[in-house]
Design a protein around this ligand. Structure first.
Ligand code: HEM
Length: 442
């Protein structure tokens, strides 16, 4: 039987690899623009790689037929090497069980209790900024969001210091991003990059051990994630989580919980430096609602402009700009046969710029998120936090954290860019500004 393949970009594997390496985002956008709802990319002989480009297909994969898919073998391997079998790559029953254990730490009531720490740590971070002295806003947000995860979810300071953890996370992010730049070399090759990666994994393991010891010496159930994971017992066997599983969950949440929010905050500030009118509207709203005091969760429902800015930023620059799935059985998508083991890219970045659903898709127009508009969009035209059983566990945490941090900062400060170079998105483990975000306080 001959199989009918979905359409896709012309050119052999090497030509496509060149294009993809030159500009991955443009490569995917062009593929979607030119070839429709399901595109076959050409990653080499005998391999199957697709991009889905329609809300109904995204919904089919993430939600209605979620049980037919796992993460791809490549993601399992690349992410698994650093984050182990934590929630991000765990599958089936084991995923369900771990998710159930972690979920209560992310319930709204719990998340609200983290608010004060988020504001306090933001104020401390702001004290490191000097007027008239350019600094890298992205690096500053990385440090801040890392401290927030450590304090709120793990109930500890950042053991080993933010700089050290930051360096380790940077190595992880760089390695995971590598899959979008080049074909990975075999891990056993003792090249400097691989040696650095191995050392980072060993250092992270040590730090997690220290963190667990630190928690045990304080020894109390704070109701935070760390307590939940450490105290969890299997209903039948009564056994706790293995040391390895605990390590994997903690590293995964450390990783997923700080990078994504730090990038979102950086893109918000970048976009506001480009649109002073919108920045002024956000600040006017903050002055009116806060009147000079620090924000609390009770203020958030009134900060509608800020909410629109965050949503529109996640539309244009979704931190999790692409993720993947691989069918565990042969499936049919848009009338095409997709073989078991294929890789399917699901890309919020591509979907969120689809002109069929978004007017002037490349423009920053927060007002499009005025009341009621999002509800009229087809489901899964806009999905910065994914969907279905793997929807981001940290969504409420992230939304609240981002808004509290922005409200704290923007009610006191505004910024201008401290570079004339263009600020371009670099697609890696998250979507980040290519050379950081150099800014100056106005
Ligand atoms: C702006 C911030 C964030 C964005 C845009 C974001 C986005 C996403 C997306 C799209 C997924 C689904 C990936 C997939 O289906 O393959 C996901 C999963 C996940 N996120 Fe987030 N995330 C953010 C913040 C956070 C935070 C703050 C945490 C934790 C504190 C977190 C922890 C996780 C975890 C553990 C998963 C895996 C869930 C599972 O597979 O069961 N994320 N995130």
């Amino acid at each position: 039987m001959t199989i009918k393949h979905p359409p896709g970009p012309a050119g052999n594997f090497y030509q496509q690899l060149q294009e993809l390496r030159a500009d991955f985002l443009a490569y995917l956008m062009n593929a979607a623009d030119e070839h429709g709802d399901l595109v076959r990319l050409n990653p080499g002989p005998g391999t199957y790689l697709y991009l889905v480009n329609h809300p109904d297909l995204v919904r089919q994969i993430l939600v209605t037929h979620a049980s037919q898919y796992h993460k791809s073998a490549m993601t399992q391997k690349m992410v698994g090497r650093f984050l182990g079998n934590g929630l991000i790559v765990n599958e089936d029953e084991s995923h369900k069980k771990q998710r159930k254990l972690a979920q209560p730490a992310f319930h709204k009531q719990r998340v609200d209790a983290y608010a004060q720490s988020m504001v306090e740590l933001t104020q401390q971070q702001m004290q490191t900024w000097q007027p008239n002295t350019p600094f890298d806003f992205e690096a500053s947000m990385n440090a801040l969001t890392m401290k927030i995860v450590a304090r709120t979810l793990f109930g500890t300071g950042v053991v080993g210091g933010t700089q050290k953890v930051g360096e380790i996370m940077e190595v992880f992010a760089d390695a995971i991003s590598g899959q979008f730049r080049a074909l990975p070399l075999p891990q056993w090759l003792p090249i400097p990059r691989h040696l650095r990666q191995r050392a980072a994994v060993a250092q992270m393991d040590e730090l997690i051990d220290e963190m667990v010891t630190d928690w045990r010496t304080k020894g109390q159930d704070n109701g935070d994630l760390m307590s939940m994971l450490l105290l969890a017992r299997d209903e039948e066997s009564g056994e706790g989580m293995t040391r390895q599983q605990l390590r994997d969950e903690l590293v995964s949440i450390y990783f997923a919980g700080h990078e994504t929010v730090a990038k979102l905050l950086s893109w918000v500030i970048f976009l506001l430096t480009q649109q002073s009118k919108i920045a002024e509207q956000v600040q006017a709203e903050l002055h009116q609602v806060l009147d000079g005091r620090m924000p609390t969760t009770a203020d958030l429902p009134q900060l509608t402009k800020l909410d629109q800015v965050v949503k529109e930023t996640l539309r244009l620059y979704p931190s999790a700009w692409v993720f993947d799935r691989s069918p565990v059985v042969d499936v049919e998508l848009a009338g095409y046969h997709i073989p078991v083991g294929a890789t399917i890219y699901v890309s919020p970045y591509v979907s969120h710029r689809d002109k069929r659903f978004f007017d002037r898709p490349d423009e920053f127009m927060p007002e499009r998120f005025a009341a009621g508009w999002e509800q009229k969009l087809p489901k899964y035209a806009y999905y910065p936090f994914g969907g279905g059983p793997r929807i981001c566990i940290g969504q409420s945490f992230a939304e609240m954290e981002a808004k509290l941090i922005l409200a704290t900062i923007l009610s006191q400060t505004s910024f201008e860019l401290a570079t004339t170079d263009p600020i371009l998105p670099e697609p890696g483990a998250t979507l980040r500004p290519q050379n950081g975000l150099p800014v100056k306080i106005k």
